[in-house]
Design a protein around this ligand. Structure first.
Ligand code: PMP
Length: 435
């Protein structure tokens, strides 16, 4: 049974939980349509962080005093909340700084294994070398591209890319033919942060698993919009950022299948991640502690757990149903505006995308378009959205991106689309100049 979209009254009640939404920008009510860059925070998340500092602040996993024990319990309870959110085990959750940090963790750990030295010597399973291939895609965010470029450069492995078709969609035939016995890592995003289209993982991931490749999922743009189940998707590792799902900045999650995490060496080194240390050598704790050296991001972890409870209370299936309707409205609204080029295949069904669209206004630089929207309080993202290769592939340097969150109303999208429709006339461009 498909879930019911949120009612108008429910969305109004949700909006009341986000203090920032009541402010004005440039004399107009704020329409925050940049949730894909970072989501706004409900009061309960802001309070969860503040309450920790007010009443329980202490270094976790150390010290015998009561506050330290309480803080440790809160921190590990939060790990359990994240694990439940993904339907995985607690020790499969590693806290990171953000998604970028999580992807770098994985690439750095593989790089370390590949040296065969230091701690890397004890974890040979994922070591890479010449003849091995890392496969990513042409539509990745730079965070899921550059760490693999660097890993390839350090290990001698070859980096390959699943190409994007002219319509901005991954070429699935090419994906299947690029996967071979040489493929050791497949790193791809769950949802493109430029097109908003959900990657058809079922058409790619089984091929990678068949050849024994490690599958790494960038779930940055999916985790807040659909029910994320890494085990059902068959991926080995998955990352996302807390700040994109109504949680704090400075916190991210790396999920790793337990036997995969157990086979990866630590990526950075220090206290709290070790068993015994001599002057010459250290032995490391099992995951997840092995990957969380130093004093962790305790307040942020608690804020993230509260954000996940918030999303659970709303119900991600209902969020998805609501956002599918918003996606439909956004795409059809933009399609009706003359002189707009949407990035990504407009024919992909709303159920296979999130409520996010990037587009080019013919004859107007994305930054100028963004400024017109900002003048009337509408916050959107402009630029290449950290996906230069995809923009280059689609023949543009920059685009305007509108993205929705749980608090977005159809009226806000309509307001943005009306302003978008005014941009070309504002710059003195008529329909005849549309290319
Ligand atoms: N991957 C994707 C698809 C993203 O959209 C983003 C954020 N724009 C990232 C990775 C990186 O996230 P963060 O900046 O929080 O590390």
């Amino acid at each position: 049974m498909t879930a019911a979209p949120l009612t108008d009254a429910e969305i109004e009640r949700l909006r009341a939980q986000f203090p920032i939404l009541s402010r004005e920008v440039n004399g107009h009510p704020l329409a925050y349509l940049d949730s894909a860059a970072t989501a706004q925070k409900p009061t309960r998340v802001i309070e969860a962080e503040a309450e920790y500092y007010r009443s329980a602040n202490a270094a976790v996993h150390r010290g015998a005093h009561t506050l330290a024990a309480e803080a440790t319990e809160l921190y590990e309870d939060a790990r359990h909340t994240v694990a439940r959110f993904l339907a995985v085990d607690d020790d499969e959750i590693v806290f990171t700084g953000n998604a970028t940090d999580g992807l770098n963790l994985v690439a750095a750990a593989i790089g370390h294994a590949s040296t065969g030295r230091g701690a890397g010597a004890d974890f040979p399973r994922f070591a890479l070398g010449e003849g091995d291939e890392i496969l990513t895609t042409e539509l990745e965010h730079h965070a899921n591209l550059i760490p693999w470029q660097e890993l390839a450069a350090r290990t001698g492995a070859t980096l390959r890319h699943i190409p994007v078709r002219d319509d901005g969609v991954l070429d699935l035939d090419a994906a299947v033919s690029l996967i071979s016995e040489r493929t050791r890592v497949l790193a791809l995003s769950h949802v493109s942060n430029v097109t908003g289209i959900v990657t058809p993982l079922a058409a790619i991931v089984p091929h990678a698993k068949r050849v024994g490749a490690l599958v790494v999922l960038d779930a940055c743009q999916s985790a807040a919009h659909l029910s994320l189940r890494p085990r059902d998707l068959g991926v080995d590792l998955a990352v996302f950022s807390g700040h994109k799902l109504y949680g704090p900045t400075g916190i991210g999650v790396l999920y790793g299948r337990s036997e995969v995490l157990a086979a990866l060496p630590p990526h950075v080194f220090g206290g709290s991640a070790i068993t015994t240390v001599t002057l010459d050598k250290a032995a490391f704790l099992p995951p997840p502690q092995r990957f969380e050296p130093g004093t962790p991001r305790i307040a942020q972890v608690l804020g993230l757990a509260e954000a996940l409870r918030f999303l659970d209370d709303v119900g991600l299936d209902r969020v998805a149903a609501t956002e599918h309707a918003l996606a439909e409205r956004l795409l059809s609204g933009l399609a009706a505006v003359p002189g707009i080029r949407l990035l990504g295949d407009a024919a992909v069904a709303p159920a296979d995308r999130i409520a996010l669209a990037s587009f080019v206004v013919d004859g107007v630089h994305a930054h100028d378009a963004g400024q017109v929207l900002d003048q009337v309080g509408i916050a959107v993202r402009v630029g290449h959205h950290c996906a230069q290769p995809l923009h280059r592939r689609l023949g543009v340097t920059a685009s305007v991106r509108i993205s929705a969150g749980v608090h977005t109303t159809p009226a806000e999208l309509d307001r943005a689309i009306d302003v978008v429709a005014s941009i070309r006339p504002f710059f003195g461009l008529g329909e005849e100049e549309t290319s």
